[in-house]
Design a protein around this ligand. Structure first.
Ligand code: SIN
Ligand code: FE
Length: 291
C-alpha cells in the first residue's frame, strides 16, 4: 500500500544532503508520497485576494503555460491576472529549485509543464465519473499521450482557513494494473493516427497510453473496487508540500480548497530504477512492448 514519507525540509532552496537525496528518489520511485510538513509557500499581502473561487471562472483550475506565458481558466481582471501570474511563476520557480536540490539526478531530463492554481472546494464539486478525482485513479489524460514519460507533481496547500487537503491513497501500481488490465484488448490498428490527425490528441497515442487510459477509467468506474481496495486517508495540512508520481500512485482528492500544483515530465531513462516505471510494469504484466 502507498505510504507517505516525511522529510523535514523547510525552505524551497534548502541545500539537500546526500542522505535526503537518496531517500527522496527511492521513496518517489517505489510509489510513495514525499511530504514536507514544514514547507510552506508564502503569499504576499496583496496576493491574498486571489484566494477566492471566483478567480477560476467556469473551470476547476487556473493553469499557466510557462513556455508560452499563457494563463487559462481565470476570470480575474487585468490587475488580478498579473498578480496571479506572478504568484504562479514564483511557485513554479520555487518547485524547480527544490527538485534541482533534492533530485539532482533528474535535473537534466526534467521538463517543466503546466502550473496550476486550484481555488475550488473539491468536496461536492459536480463532474462526470471520468473527471471525478474523488475516485482513486492514476493520472492519464485522453488528449495528452506521454508514451511512457513520467508525470511528477509538486503540490502545496495554501488554504488560509486551516483546512487540510484530503487524499485517499490506494494499492501499488502493480496491484491496480494486475486487477484491472488482464482482460483489456490492445489498441485498434490505425486509431492513434486518426485521433492525432483529428486533433483529439496532442501527438500519437502509444499502446502505453491506451492501457493507461483504460486503467484510469476502469479504476474510476468500478465502485466496488473504490470501496474494497486497501486504502488510507491522508490530510495534507496548510503550509505543507508534497511530491508524487501521479501516473503511478493510486490517489483521490476528496476535500480541500486552495492549492498550487506544478507538473513535470521525466523520461523513463532518467530514473534511478526504470523497472519501477508504469511503462516497465505494464510491459511485464502484459508481456509486450508498449512504447
Ligand atoms: C488529482 O490529481 O487527482 C487531484 C489532486 C488535487 O487536486 O489535490
Ligand atoms: Fe489525479
Amino acid at each position: 500500500m502507498t505510504d507517505v514519507v516525511a522529510l523535514p525540509i523547510a525552505s524551497w532552496d534548502h541545500p539537500c544532503s546526500r542522505a535526503d537525496q537518496e531517500e527522496a528518489i527511492r521513496a518517489l520511485e517505489r510509489g510513495s508520497v514525499l511530504l514536507f510538513p514544514q514547507l510552506s509557500f508564502h503569499l504576499a499581502d496583496d496576493e491574498r485576494r486571489l484566494l477566492s473561487p471566483a478567480i477560476a471562472g467556469a473551470g476547476k483550475n487556473v493553469s499557466l503555460d510557462l513556455s508560452r506565458g499563457r494563463l487559462r481558466g481565470s476570470s480575474a481582471d487585468e490587475a488580478g491576472s498579473g498578480l496571479l501570474q506572478d504568484m504562479m511563476r514564483r511557485f513554479a520557480a520555487s518547485s524547480r529549485t527544490l527538485l534541482n536540490n533534492l533530485l539532482p539526478r533528474y535535473t537534466a531530463g526534467l521538463q517543466q509543464a503546466r502550473t496550476s492554481f486550484r481555488p475550488i472546494e473539491i468536496a461536492g464539486r459536480a463532474t462526470s465519473w471520468r473527471k471525478d478525482d474523488t475516485r482513486l485513479h492514476v493520472d492519464s489524460f485522453p488528449s495528452s499521450p506521454t508514451r511512457g514519460t513520467r508525470i511528477l507533481r509538486v503540490f502545496t496547500n495554501i488554504n488560509p482557513h486551516g483546512q487540510s487537503r484530503s487524499w485517499r491513497l490506494g494499492e501499488s501500481f502493480e496491484g491496480a494494473a494486475s486487477h484491472h488490465l488482464r482482460s483489456v484488448p490492445g489498441p485498434i490498428w490505425g486509431a492513434s493516427r486518426v485521433l492525432n490527425m483529428l486533433g483529439i490528441t496532442k501527438g500519437r497515442r502509444s499502446a502505453y497510453d491506451h492501457f493507461m487510459l483504460r486503467l484510469h477509467d476502469r479504476m474510476k468506474a468500478d465502485m466496488v473496487y473504490q470501496s474494497a481496495v486497501a486504502q488510507t486517508v491522508h490530510a495534507f495540512h496548510p503550509g505543507s508540500t508534497w511530491i508524487v508520481f501521479t501516473d503511478q500512485v493510486s490517489h483521490a482528492a476528496t476535500g480541500g480548497q486552495y492549492a498550487l500544483e506544478q507538473t513535470y515530465h521525466l523520461p523513463v531513462d532518467s530514473m534511478l530504477d526504470q523497472s519501477q516505471a508504469p511503462l516497465r510494469i505494464l510491459e511485464r504484466i502484459l508481456d509486450r512492448k508498449l512504447a
